[in-house]
Design a protein around this ligand. Structure first.
Ligand code: BGC
Length: 744
C-alpha cells in the first residue's frame, strides 16, 4: 500500500528537540539490550502500590522486573500517592533510573466525567470539545497520569458496535476536526507542562468496521474506505502533534493491525513522519496467535516489532522473547533501538527526566480534582451535546411553574449510568440524575416512578449474553404518576454499560420492557417528552410516530441532570446535531449519509421493483446525519459560489433566525463530485460553522474550499483532484437541498 497524504505539518527540530535526541543517544549507549526491551514493556497496575511488595505469583515477578528496569510504562495506576510509590521504584531502585510513563483511559473526563465522546461530537463545537479534553488533562495530570489512551478516532457506520459511543460518529471530516481538537485539548501547546498529558489516537486502523457490528470481528474494507474514511482522522491527530497511537485488536483485510507494517511503518512512520510511539492494544500482540497470523507468542513478538508496534501492552511477548530473537539474529537490534528511542523521546518531552514526580503534587491533586471550574466545563459541554429530535407544537421548553410533571424510567434517578462507559476514576453514583436536575427547578411539582428495571449490562454467563429485566411490577405506579401529571418525562434508553467495548447489540430498540412501559404510559397520558440516554443510535420509529417530543441526551457525565433540565426549561436552547444516522431498522445498518450511488439509485416509475431499495423499509434513516432541532427556526437562502484569484472557491449563504428566541445553528456544507474515477459518495461534508443568531437577524456565512478539498485519495493513497462539475449543498443537516454548482 502506498499512501501519500497532503496537509502534514512537519516541524524542523528546534534546540530542545536536538538536545533531547542527544540525551537519548547518551542514554541508549548506556542501556543493555534487556533495559531497552524493558522500555517497550507495559503492565497494568498489579498490586497495591502503597502496600507491601508482592511476594508470590505474577505480581511478584512483575515487581522484580520493575526493579530491574524491565518495565517502561504502567497503566491503570492513579492517584499521586500510588503513582509516586511506583515511580520511586523505577527512578530510585533501577540501574539507570529511567522514569515510567503512566497511562490511563481518560476517555471523557477523569474523576469529573464529561459526555461520552459521541455526544460531545454532537455539539459540533470544537472549542468546547477542546476545553473538555483540557479539563480532563488537568484532572488526570493532577492525579499522577501523564498519558491518556484517547482520543478514539475510529469512524464507524454501525450502531450495533458498542464502541461507537467512544468516537465522533460516521463522518471523516467531522471526525478529523474533533480528533484534532481533542489532541490539542489533552496535549496543549506545551507537553512539558505538568498540566498537560500525552494523547494516543486509537485504534490504528479500521477497528470501527467490524463485520456485523460484532466486537473484535474481522474487518474487510477496500482501499477507498481505508484511505478516505478511516485514515483521515488519524492523519488529523498526527497534524495536531499527537505523541502516541494505539493499534487495534482487529485484523483488517487479513492482517492484524498490530502486525501491519503497511499501516504502522509505511503510512504512519514513513509517509506521515510520525516520530512518537505506537502502543499495542491490550494483549493484541499475542492475540495474533488466535488470529492465525503467528504460530506462538514469540513469532507474534517478532511480527509486531517488525511491523512497528513499539510498546507491548500486557502481552508480555516483548519482554519474554525479544532478547532471544535478537541474539539468534532473527530480529535486528536497530528496530529495538528505534522503538526505545521513540518511547524515551516522549518521556523527555513530558519532562519526566527533569522531574519524574512532576505529576505527583498532593496539594494540586486536592485542589484540582473535581473543582468548580472543571464541573462547569462538564456542564457546558453537556448542554451543547443534547440533540432535540422532535418537538411538535413547541411542547418544549416547559414552563417553569404551575405544572405537575411525572418523571418515569429506571434511568431517571440513576446517578451512575449517566457517567457512561469508561469512567473508572469517577465515583459510582456521582452524576446528577435527571430527577435531581428537574427537582432543582422548584416551580413545578415533580412526581417519580421507576416503571421498568433495566439490567445493568452484566453478562449472564450461562447464556453468554445480557438478559434484560422483564420485571413489570412497577408499571401500575408509573401509570398512576402519568395520570396525575400534566406532562410526562420518560427517561429511557441504555444503561451506561450497555455500550462501549464488548457491548455490541443486534437489537437497537429500547432494551428490556422499556418500550412496553412507554406504550402503556402513552395510553394514559400522551403528553410525553422522551428523554433518551444511550451510547449509540437507536431505532425509534414508534416514538417518532406517536410522541410529541424527543430529546437525545446520550450519557452526559457528571452534570447530566442539570444540563438536561436547562434544556427542558429553555435556559439553554438545544443546538446539537447528530454525528451518526439513526436507522429505521437494524436491517438498514450500516447506514450512513455519504454512501455511494448505485446504477439504479431512484425509483424509475411507480411500481418498479428493480432499483436500490428494500421491500419493507425506506432507504432513508429516521434521523439523518447532521440533524437536530432548536427552539427557534432557521432559514437558508441566497447561496453563492465563485472562484477567487488564488484558485480557491468562495461559497456563502445567508442564514436567518426566523423564530422567537436566540439560537445556535450548525451550518453545514456538503459537496457532490458528479463524475470521478473511482466514484465518489453522493454527498460529503466539507465544512461547517457554528453560528448564533438573535431572533429576526441574519448573517452571511462564508466558506472557502481549496482545490485539494475537492479531491480525494485514490487506491494508491495519492490525493487526486479531478476536473468536473461539483454541486454544493448547504443547510442544517445532511439532507440540505439549497444548492449551487462549481466547476474545476
Ligand atoms: C481497549 C483500549 C484501551 C485498553 C487499555 C483495551 O481493551 O481496546 O482502547 O485503551 O484496553 O485499557
Amino acid at each position: 500500500m502506498a499512501l501519500c497524504f497532503l496537509g502534514l505539518i512537519t516541524c524542523a527540530p528546534n534546540q530542545t528537540e536536538t538536545s533531547i535526541e542527544q540525551r537519548i543517544d547518551v542514554l541508549l549507549s548506556q542501556m543493555t539490550l534487556e533495559e531497552k526491551i524493558g522500555q517497550m514493556n507495559q503492565y497494568s497496575g498489579f498490586w497495591d502500590a502503597t502496600g507491601p511488595a508482592p511476594k508470590v505469583g505474577s505480581a511478584a515477578q512483575q515487581y522484580e522486573q520493575l526493579k530491574k528496569g524491565h518495565v517502561g510504562s504502567m497503566l491503570n495506576i492513579r492517584g499521586v500517592e500510588n503513582v509516586r510509590a511506583i515511580q520511586q521504584i523505577a527512578v530510585e531502585e533501577t540501574r539507570l533510573g529511567i522514569p515510567l510513563i503512566f497511562g490511563f483511559d481518560v476517555i471523557h473526563g477523569f474523576k469529573t466525567i464529561s459526555p461520552i465522546p459521541l455526544a460531545e461530537a454532537a455539539s459540533w463545537d470544537l472549542k468546547a470539545i477542546e476545553t473538555s479534553a483540557r479539563m480532563a488533562a488537568l484532572e488526570a495530570s493532577a492525579s499522577g497520569i501523564n498519558w491518556t489512551f484517547a482520543p478514539m478516532v475510529d469512524v464507524s457506520r454501525d450502531a450495533r458496535w458498542g464502541r461507537v459511543m467512544e468516537g465522533a460518529g460516521e463522518d471523516p471530516y467531522l471526525g478529523s476536526k474533533v480528533a484534532f481538537a481533542r489532541v490539542k485539548g489533552f496535549q496543549g501547546d506545551d507537553l512539558s507542562s505538568p498540566k498537560t498529558i500525552a494523547a494516543c489516537a486509537k485504534h490504528f486502523a479500521g477497528y470501527g468496521f467490524p463485520e456485523s457490528g460484532k466486537e473484535y470481528n474481522t474487518v474487510d474494507i477496500g482501499t477507498q474506505t481505508l484511505n478516505n474514511i478511516v485514515l483521515p482522522p488519524f492523519l488529523a491527530t498526527v497534524n495536531a502533534g499527537v505523541r502516541t497511537l494505539m493499534n487495534s485488536f482487529s485484523q483488517v483485510n487479513g492482517i492484524p493491525s498490530t502486525g501491519s507494517k503497511a499501516l504502522q511503518r509505511d503510512v504512519l512512520k514513513t509517509q506521515w513522519n510520525f516520530d512518537g510511539f505506537v502502543v499495542s492494544d491490550w494483549g493484541s500482540i499475542k492475540e495474533m496467535v488466535n488470529h492465525g497470523y503467528a504460530k506462538d507468542s514469540k513469532m507474534a513478538a517478532k511480527i509486531a516489532l517488525q511491523a512497528g508496534s513499539d510498546m507491548d501492552m500486557q502481552s508480555l511477548a516483548y519482554v519474554t522473547h525479544l532478547a532471544d530473537l535478537v541474539r539468534s539474529g532473527e530480529v535486528n537490534e536497530a528496530l529495538i533501538e528505534d522503538a526505545t528511542r521513540r518511547i524515551l523521546r516522549v518521556k523527555f518531552e513530558l519532562g519526566l527526566f527533569d522531574d519524574p514526580y512532576k505529576y505527583c503534587d498532593p496539594i494540586r491533586e486536592k485542589t484540582t480534582v473535581g473543582n468548580t471550574k472543571i464541573q462547569q466545563a462538564s456542564l457546558d459541554i453537556a448542554k451543547k451535546s443534547i440533540v432535540l429530535l422532535k418537538n411538535d407544537k413547541q411542547l418544549l421548553p416547559l414552563p417553569k411553574q404551575g405544572l405537575t410533571i411525572g418523571v418515569i424510567g429506571a434511568l431517571a434517578s440513576d446517578k451512575t449510568s449517566p457517567l457512561g462507559n469508561w469512567c473508572f476514576a469517577a465515583d459510582d453514583g456521582s452524576a446528577v440524575s435527571v430527577l435531581e436536575g428537574m427537582k432543582s427547578y422548584p416551580g413545578n411539582t415533580i412526581l417519580y416512578a421507576k416503571g421498568a428495571d433495566l439490567n445493568l449490562g452484566e453478562i449472564q454467563f450461562a447464556q453468554e449474553m445480557i438478559i434484560n429485566s422483564d420485571n413489570k411490577s412497577d408499571f401500575p405506579k408509573a401509570l398512576e404518576v402519568a395520570k396525575q401529571s400534566d406532562v410526562v418525562i420518560m427517561v429511557l434508553g441504555e444503561h451506561g454499560y450497555q455500550s462501549g467495548e464488548g457491548r455490541s447489540r443486534t437489537d437497537l430498540g429500547l432494551p428490556g420492557v422499556q418500550q412496553d412501559l412507554l406504550e402503556a404510559v402513552y395510553q394514559v397520558n400522551k403528553t410525553i417528552v422522551l428523554v433518551l440516554n444511550n451510547g449509540r443510535p437507536l431505532v425509534l420509529n414508534w416514538a417518532d410516530q406517536h410522541l410529541p417530543a424527543i430529546v437525545e441526551a446520550w450519557q452526559l457525565g457528571s452534570q447530566s441532570g442539570h444540563a438536561l433540565a436547562q434544556v427542558i426549561y429553555g435556559d439553554y436552547n438545544p443546538s446539537g446535531k447528530l454525528p451518526m444516522s439513526f436507522p429505521r431498522s437494524v436491517g438498514q445498518v450500516p447506514i450512513y449519509y455519504n454512501h455511494k450511488s448505485s446504477g439504479r439509485p431512484s425509483l424509475p416509475a411507480p411500481g418498479e421493483v428493480f432499483w436500490t431499495h428494500y421491500q419493507d423499509e425506506k432507504n432513508s434513516p429516521l434521523y439523518p446525519f447532521g440533524y437536530g432541532l432548536s427552539y427557534t427556526t432557521f432559514e437558508y437562502y441566497n447561496i453563492e459560489a465563485h472562484r477567487e484569484t488564488d484558485g480557491n472557491f468562495s461559497v456563502s449563504v445567508e442564514v436567518k433566525n426566523t423564530g422567537d428566541v436566540s439560537g445556535k445553528e450548525v451550518v453545514q456544507l456538503y459537496l457532490k463530485d458528479h463524475v470521478a474515477r473511482p466514484t465518489r459518495p453522493v454527498k460529503e461534508l466539507k465544512g461547517f460553522e457554528l453560528i448564533e443568531l438573535l431572533p429576526n437577524t441574519s448573517i452571511r456565512v462564508q466558506f472557502t474550499l481549496t482545490e485539494q478539498e475537492l479531491g480525494f485519495y485514490d487506491d494508491h493513497g495519492t490525493l487526486t483532484v479531478q476536473p468536473g462539475e461539483f454541486t454544493i449543498y448547504i443547510g442544517g443537516d445532511s439532507t440540505a437541498n439549497l444548492t449551487t454548482t462549481i466547476e474545476l
